[in-house]
Ligand binder design. Structure first.
Ligand code: TXA
Ligand code: MG
Length: 355
């Protein structure tokens, strides 16, 4: 066990960093983390999408600590994580046929379903909305943590508000050590982007956030779905939106990011013709060595799943190399690529240069 303290402004508490790679070997550590959750504390833990920052979802005091630790706006509701379908019934009013069909096909896994909430969900979790977001993750460490805590766990991504979501334990340690009680040190996340969020609270199912589960896969269960306009365009901060989180410019590195549409040859000529200080390229694997500017790569051009795994780490690395302005290659928006494109476009404030 290691301990870390933070000298960052505001919160200074001792953060225990506990290995959790293997359920049986590391069971005592997961049990300890579950005790922390039961006692109203905060735990950073792995999921298959990104690392989460968890608290007992039924304890509003504990949930409030999440917002403070992350510096998260209070009007952005949290996802409630469960480790069995039985845990869901008391949390929602309508675990209906559509929700059950989605659960049957995609849970446990990287899908979040919005339903009308029951009374036991505190306002701090739902940010005053009448709905609650529910997810049953597939990651075994996450599931063990939830079942040992024996309460639903409210968890946003375990990053400081405004920085890219964490896909490794190291990212969580960088952002949150000294601000939370425990970080479970586990493997890198297999998906690398946050869960697909679908709302079943309205007339027609509505995709609020694209992810690893694609619109096509959702439509194979639900029939026609709507895609919220926040997926494709920037939403101003004072707008009332269906997915409050979509209006914030998450994921951004400190550098200004612009997406560039065109062939690699056009992109190379464009980037190398720029004169700005601190310029960097965010490009596909194998392209960097052909460029004369500093670069970070985010996966094979043809492989959206690989881009999903690499994108958030790449955004953090751009900060590490001191990039001030980043020109990013534009990924394909097919399949999982819709989620990759959405996160990159958000990082760029939806600013796209067409060559
Ligand atoms: O993969 C994930 O979903 C990760 C892991 C930890 O499970 N969690 C995550 O949480 O990404 P967060 O808080 O970073 O994103 C939750 C998103 C936000 O955009 C939020 O606005 C939306 O879900 N959301 C939560 N509850 C909602 C509700 N009742 N209605 C509409 N949107 C909701
Ligand atoms: Mg987040």
């Amino acid at each position: 066990m290691q301990c870390q303290q933070s000298s960052k402004e505001g919160i200074i508490i001792e953060t225990r960093i506990l290995d959790a790679f293997d359920i049986s070997k590391d069971l005592e550590n997961i049990r300890l983390a579950a005790e922390v959750i039961k006692n109203g504390g905060l735990v950073g833990f792995p999921t298959e999408t990104v690392y989460g920052l968890g608290a007992n979802a039924l304890d509003s005091k504990a949930v409030e600590k999440i917002f403070i630790a992350k510096g998260r706006p209070q009007d952005n509701p949290l996802i409630v994580h469960v480790s069995s379908l039985e845990m869901i019934e008391p949390l929602v009013l309508d675990f209906d046929d559509k929700a059950k069909a989605l659960a049957d096909k995609f849970w446990p896994g990287p899908l979040t379903i919005i339903m009308n909430k029951s009374e036991i969900i505190p306002d701090s979790v739902s940010a005053g909305l009448k709905t609650v977001a529910i997810r049953f993750p597939s990651n075994l460490i996450a599931r063990e943590l939830i079942s040992l805590a024996n309460v639903p766990i409210a968890a946003p991504s375990a990053n400081l508000s405004g920085s890219p979501s964490p896909t490794t334990a190291r990212h969580v340690i960088e952002d949150l050590s000294g601000r939370i009680d425990v970080i479970l040190n586990s493997s890198a996340c297999e998906v690398g982007l946050e869960s697909t969020v679908i709302s079943l609270a309205g007339e027609t199912p509505r995709l609020l956030r694209p992810g690893y589960i694609t619109p096509k896969e959702l439509e194979s269960v639900l029939g026609k779905i709507e895609i919220d306009k926040a997926v494709f365009q920037s939403i101003s901060n004072d707008t009332v939106v269906n997915a409050p989180g979509m209006k914030y410019k998450h994921y951004s590195p400190k550098a200004l990011v612009k997406v560039v549409k065109g062939s690699f040859e056009e992109y190379k000529a464009f980037v190398e013709g720029r004169k700005e200080e601190g310029i960097a390229a965010l490009c596909f694997s194998g392209e960097g060595k052909k460029l004369s500017v500093p670069f970070v790569e985010f996966g094979n051009e043809e492989k959206s799943e690989q881009q999903a795994v690499m994108l958030f780490d790449a955004l953090r690395r751009l900060d590490e190399i001191g990039a001030k302005i980043v020109y990013a290659r534009c990924p394909s928006a097919e399949g999982v690529g819709l989620a990759v494109t959405n996160r990159l476009f958000k990082a760029a404030g939806f600013e796209v240069i067409e060559l």
